[in-house]
Design a protein around this ligand. Structure first.
Ligand SMILES: C[S@@+](CC[C@H](N)C(=O)[O-])C[C@H]1O[C@@H](n2cnc3c(N)ncnc32)[C@H](O)[C@@H]1O
Length: 287
């Protein structure tokens, strides 16, 4: 009789999987526990400066141990002092609650999507506008439209493209809707997770997300984009996929804009295709 399936010794067990996914949190819990134990064991009270220095040091050591980027070391070192200073201001608890609620409404599910809010600028918008399909009323979607600047800019372009911005976080979404109404723009904003949105009817799909979001988004695009549709990603390429950056991007403070086109053979290939290439090549000094 064949032996029942058992996890092999090389497969990580559940505990190891949980640890490796959340080890920063576990490490923080460990440090907090240690502090509590020291107090419980009767450590004499220390001046506030000593406590703050210890906390800053433990923040830096934890950051180094977890191999966080250097800017996180600074944040973790400065956070206890900022917290102490904030408490010393004796602001009513309502202020902290309001700040917390505002940040929650802005960042919403960033902890799970791993895509925070940061807005692209006019230089990116202009390059994206040149990727608009030539046919009037082309359908365009911005996945994670943030404050709506990019989508509103595209909706203003000649040919009146039908632009939809999808945004998960409530406050940026609300702000985008107000901006669209204020400007009497035809641009629409919907509060929805783009992972639950069918992309098969769009001519141009835009995204400015994060490296963490790209692999799953790629799978979604491969299975949903129609032939001839373009996908443009601001700043982030897709791991393991060839990428071509649009001329004029990736220099002078403008992040690279990577572009792919869905072929008639159902292959999402790097590069803008001949018509878009012509748009960009015509402005190069050598042409
Ligand atoms: C880097 S910002 C880009 C904003 C905008 N596209 C721009 O260019 O200014 C990314 C936005 O995507 C949103 N987001 C992240 N994951 C999302 C998801 N699964 N569905 C919809 N929006 C999402 C975030 O809330 C954030 O506002």
């Amino acid at each position: 009789m064949p032996a029942p399936d058992r996890p092999s010794r090389t497969e990580p067990g559940l505990a190891l999987a949980l640890w490796s996914r959340a080890h920063p949190q576990w490490a923080s819990v460990g440090v907090l526990l240690l502090g509590w134990l020291l107090v419980a064991w009767g450590l004499p009270p220390q001046p506030a400066g000593v406590g703050l220095a210890c906390q800053a040091l433990s923040g830096v050591l934890l950051s180094a141990w977890l191999r966080l980027p250097v800017w996180w070391w600074a944040i973790n070192a400065g956070f206890p002092a900022a917290l102490h200073g904030g408490v010393a201001l004796h602001w009513p608890p309502m202020v902290f609650l309001s700040i917390f609620l505002t940040l929650t409404l802005v960042y919403w599910t960033t902890f799970s999507t791993r895509v925070p809010l940061y807005a692209s600028g006019p230089a990116v918008w202009d390059l994206m506008a040149r990727c608009l399909p030539p046919q009037p009323g082309a359908r365009v979607i911005d996945l994670g439209s943030g404050l709506g600047g990019l989508a509103l800019h595209l909706a203003r372009q000649p040919g009146s493209p039908a632009v939809l911005g999808l945004e998960l976080a409530p406050l940026p979404w609300l702000l985008s809707c107000c901006r669209a109404r204020w400007r009497r723009s035809g641009c629409r904003f919907r509060r929805q997770d783009y992972r639950r949105h069918d992309l098969s009817s769009y001519d141009l799909v835009l995204a400015y997300l994060s490296p963490a979001a790209m692999p799953a988004l790629w799978q979604q695009l491969v299975s949903q984009l129609k032939p001839g549709a373009c996908f443009v990603s601001c700043e982030f390429a897709v791991p393991g996929q060839a990428a071509v950056a649009l001329p004029g991007s990736g220099q002078a403070g403008v992040p690279p804009l990577y572009v792919w086109r869905m072929g008639r053979d159902g292959v999402l290939a790097a590069g803008p295709g001949p018509d878009l290439e012509a748009v960009f090549l015509k402005d190069l000094p050598c042409s």
